[in-house]
Ligand binder design. Structure first.
Ligand SMILES: [Zn+2]
Length: 190
């Protein structure tokens, strides 16, 4: 039995990336572009894994999520060009805007792409996905069914070890793979 993956994402690029990543015989990828179709397909095929765009159009997140075992959200971020990567000074204003204490984070190494012919002067080359994976434990599922407020749900998920989209994006910055400016473009400050 192949692992069934339901991808609910309106971006054709992401659909292509996921189809490429799971192109083997052991996987079966089904792509849908809106919430209503995602929900009906989730009930029809009973997928093993669901990848869902959190900004999906036409979705009632609660009824959707209660039909699932787990939820993975992802964003594509541009990677720093390896040809022109260089160390950069911390920008206190940018740190603060990014929800990071300049006192605490100002001293560490930050990286950026200077811009070169390989990246057409942008400083970025290639993309990678940052992800948030939420395992729907009985406790979380019950909270969703009871329609408990989102902050309460988030707190419970974090207590159970959820790594948020923002945290996994920050981790990519700390590894020197991308920049704060880039992740601020695609994820929110927690
Ligand atoms: Zn470059």
């Amino acid at each position: 039995m192949p692992i069934k993956i339901l991808l609910a994402d309106k971006s054709i690029t992401i659909q292509k990336v996921v189809e490429m990543l799971f192109s083997g015989k052991e996987y079966e990828v089904l792509c849908v572009s809106d919430g209503e179709t995602a929900l009906s397909e989730a009930q029809r095929v009973i997928p093993d894994v669901v990848l869902v765009d959190i900004d999906l159009p036409r979705i009632d997140a609660y009824s959707f999520v209660s039909a699932l075992n787990c939820v993975m959200a992802q964003r594509l971020v541009r990677m720093i060009c390896p040809e022109c990567k260089r160390e950069a000074a911390a920008d206190a204003e940018l740190l603060e805007f990014s929800g990071l204490d300049p006192e605490q984070y100002g001293g560490r190494a930050w990286y950026e792409g200077a811009g070169c012919e390989h990246c057409h002067g942008t400083g970025y080359r290639g993309r990678a996905a940052v992800t948030e994976f939420l395992d729907l434990s009985p406790n979380i599922r019950q909270m969703i069914i009871e329609r408990r407020p989102l902050p309460e749900l988030q707190e419970a998920a974090l207590a159970e070890g959820l790594v948020t989209l923002r945290q996994s994006a920050l981790d990519a910055v700390f590894r020197g793979e991308t920049t704060l400016k880039e992740i601020n473009r695609v994820t929110f400050v927690d």
